[in-house]
Each structure stands twice: as structure tokens, then as C-alpha cells.
Design a protein around this ligand. Structure first.
Ligand SMILES: C[S@@+](CC[C@H](N)C(=O)[O-])C[C@H]1O[C@@H](n2cnc3c(N)ncnc32)[C@H](O)[C@@H]1O
Length: 243
């Protein structure tokens, strides 16, 4: 029998299922609630801004993402602005007090050119003294080494389907890791295969790109409880300010 496949809408719903609210979201939310106008770059399905509005944020909330299926879920709340597009395409001029890149969005900018353009557009969207808050996985922890089919994740999705999600690294080229995410039945029949690449920049690399884009690092943490960053931290968490 031909597998029924797994639609983009299903995949967006599955994303929320696989990524429930966690400590990183609490971290980002604390900044969002304190800022009058917030830009969520790579907002995905919009969970962070939804929660901000539900939590009483009365200012401007705006999410940007190129993924139409994810944005369709985000648009379930109409009291937030949702814009389809990439970070590099953003054209705001000093309108936001805070930009966030939650869920390691920073890592999707794999080329120098895209990273520079994405940071420049984010910088331009921020008011003088505005902040960019984001995390990226610490390359020293080599998280991708655990992304292999011998570590599948079994889930029951939003529609009650029993699924097996697995990852396979296809390439490691310098700082860029290419991999697949396969959504399959529990018996192993693939329903959908998504390909992605992520860049693992170290702290010096992050700071170099931030500095060139006109940001100054204000705080550096190694976890979502604001612990210090060390070589063994899983995350490289940065609070940067427009210089
Ligand atoms: C891992 S998800 C994180 C989503 C959300 N921020 C969260 O915390 O759940 C990465 C997101 O980055 C988006 N993305 C990919 N390329 C992008 C780009 N060039 N500019 C902005 N967002 C992008 C994807 O569509 C996806 O929604």
C-alpha cells in the first residue's frame, strides 16, 4: 500500500507536539513581556507570541517566518501580526524594541551572506538601544552526533497516529551540518522526509557576525536559567544590544 504521506499542515502540528513549552520559552517570554514592540524572527507556529498575548502583552507583537504551514497555525490568533518571509527580506526601519530568534533559528542562516543579511535586517528593524535575544547550540557539544536513526522518537501525533521520527546526518562541512528528519509509521514506512542544514558557530564566530552587524553583546549565558557559558554548555545564549 502506498503510504498516505504527511502534509505540511500535519508537520506543523507535529512540530508543536514535539516541541512543547519549555525552559527556553520561559526565558524568551521574560524579555518579550518587558518590551513594548517585539519581532519574533523565525516565529514558526507562533507559540511564543501567542503565549505573550495570552499573558497580557498589550503592545505590538509581530512574527516572521517563510513557512506557510507554520504561519497558518500562528494565524489562529488574529491579534498578532504575521508576515511570511525570510529574515533577510525584512524591511522594517527602527520599529521594534526587541527581536528574538527562539528555537535556534540563528542556526538556519548557514551562509555568511544569509547570516549577514538576516542580522542586518534585524538590526534595522530595532530602535536605537533595542535588543536581539537568541540561542544557538554550542558546537563543542557536537549535538549532531546524536542525530541518527538508532535514536528514534516515538510519538502519537495530534490526530492519534503512532509515528516514529528519526534523524540522519548526511554531511558535516565545516560548521554546517546537513541532515534529514524522517516521519515514519511505527513499522518504519516513511511518510515524509525533510532536509535541513544548520550552522554551528562558536562564541567568537557569533560575536564577530554580531559586531559586524552593529550589535554589542550585553549578556552571554550557557543555559535558560542564566547560568554562565562554559565549554560544556549545551547552549550559547546571547543578549545583544544595538551598538
Ligand atoms: C526550529 S524552528 C523554530 C520555530 C520557533 N521560533 C520556535 O521557537 O518554535 C526554525 C524556524 O526557522 C524558520 N526559518 C527557516 N529559514 C528562515 C529564514 N531564512 N528566515 C526566518 N526564518 C526562517 C523555519 O521556517 C522554522 O519555523
Amino acid at each position: 500500500m502506498t503510504p498516505p504521506g504527511y502534509s505540511d499542515a500535519d508537520a506543523a502540528a507535529l512540530y508543536d507536539h514535539l516541541n512543547p513549552w519549555g525552559p527556553s520559552d520561559d526565558f524568551y517570554l521574560s524579555y518579550v513581556m518587558a518590551a513594548p514592540a517585539v519581532l519574533d524572527v523565525g516565529c514558526g507556529t507562533g507559540m511564543l507570541l501567542h503565549r505573550a498575548r495570552e499573558g497580557g502583552h498589550t503592545g505590538r507583537l509581530c512574527g516572521v517566518d517563510p513557512d506557510g504551514a507554520a504561519l497558518a497555525r500562528a494565524r489562529r490568533r488574529a491579534d498578532i501580526e504575521w508576515v511570511q518571509g525570510t529574515a533577510a527580506e525584512m524591511a522594517w526601519d527602527r520599529e521594534f524594541d526587541l527581536a528574538v530568534m527562539a528555537g535556534n533559528v540563528f542556526q538556519v542562516f548557514v551562509t555568511d551572506e544569509d547570516l549577514r543579511a538576516s542580522l542586518a535586517a534585524t538590526r534595522a528593524a530595532l530602535v536605537d538601544g533595542g535588543r536581539l535575544v537568541f540561542g544557538t547550540r554550542n558546537p563543542g557539544r557536537r549535538a549532531w552526533e546524536g542525530w541518527n536513526p538508532s535514536n528514534p522518537i516515538d510519538v502519537v501525533d495530534h490526530a492519534g497516529r503512532e509515528l516514529r521520527i528519526s534523524y540522519r546526518v548526511e554531511s558535516v562541512s565545516g560548521e554546517v551540518v546537513g541532515f534529514t528528519e524522517t516521519t515514519a509509521t511505527r513499522a518504519g514506512a516513511p511518510l515524509r522526509v525533510d532536509r535541513a542544514s544548520l550552522r554551528f558557530l562558536d562564541a567568537e564566530g557569533v560575536d564577530r557576525f554580531l559586531g559586524a552587524a552593529g550589535f554589542q553583546v550585553e549578556q552571554r549565558y550557557g543555559d535558560w536559567s542564566r547560568g554562565p557559558f562554559t565549554d560544556t554548555s549545551d547552549n550559547l545564549v546571547t543578549v545583544a544590544r544595538v551598538a
